[in-house]
Design a binder for this molecule. Structure first.
Ligand code: SF4
Length: 243
């Protein structure tokens, strides 16, 4: 479900490491990941989170705001910039064109292979792209990330971006118990894309998120996280923690 809205500002200051400004063309996210921190951070009910606010004038606003800034713009700091709405509205694509013309550095983060549609734009920009991958198991992905593209498509996107010379990283997080016993296979699959960096995120439980995951019987796994960290390091990847 979409709702078209106008935004007053395209950019907001960001407190994230290495990111000066945050840009989110969409409010809410159709991917509907059960572990998403977004609803709590934005004080939105989980059920409302999948009703997407399409910020239809964001590229126009951005074109005015980029005249006075320098630094790195994080694209998709709160919601996924390549969720399905982007296929139809192309706001992320338009914003990237504006940022490219302004010569600004970007940090794009997504779970979707739709990003490949904009490979020509992104490969001509300064910056980096991260793709989240939490499991290789399609059933686990259906349960935890019901609206997001399946893991194999994300690995393909990571491979294609990396092959095209884009500075990429894999975000593995949150590390859930589904990964226990499958750590080797998982790290091999990620490493096979050619990506050289992995960021790992443990499950950070906020009160409402904790209740939701408890009801579903979903838990994080410190054991899998440590094993993945070691295996990824052994395979030559640079490994960092998100928080
Ligand atoms: S893709 Fe990101 S923003 Fe969207 S629901 Fe999943 S965790 Fe939340």
């Amino acid at each position: 479900m979409f709702e078209t809205v106008k935004c007053k500002r395209a950019l907001s200051p960001s407190g994230l490491p290495g990111i000066d400004y945050a840009l989110n063309p969409y409010g809410g996210c159709e991917h509907g990941c059960v572990y998403c921190y977004g609803p709590e951070v934005t004080h939105t009910e989980f059920g409302q989170w999948r009703i997407v606010k399409v910020r239809s004038n964001i590229a126009e606003r951005l074109a005015k705001e980029v005249r006075n800034i320098d630094g790195t713009v994080g694209v998709g700091t709160v919601t996924d910039p390549y969720q399905y709405a982007e296929k139809r509205f192309m706001l992320t694509s338009q914003c990237l064109e504006v940022l490219r013309s302004a010569g600004l550095r970007v940090h794009v983060h997504t779970k979707s292979d739709l990003i490949l549609r904009d490979l020509d734009i992104i490969s001509g920009m300064k910056g980096e792209v991260g793709i989240t991958i939490t499991t290789l198991d399609e059933k686990a992905s259906h349960v935890t990330e019901p609206g997001a593209p399946l893991p194999a498509r994300r690995l393909d996107a990571l491979r294609e971006l990396t092959c095209a010379g884009v500075d990429t990283y894999a975000l593995v997080g949150p590390v859930l118990r589904f990964l226990e016993g499958r750590e080797e296979e998982f790290v091999e699959a990620v490493a096979s894309t050619g990506v050289r960096r992995m960021c790992i995120d443990r499950l950070n439980l906020r009160p409402l998120l904790s209740q939701r995951l408890d009801r579903m019987g979903i838990t994080g796994s410190a054991e899998a996280l440590e094993k993945i960290r070691r295996l990824a390091g052994d395979s030559g990847m640079e490994v960092t923690d998100v928080f």
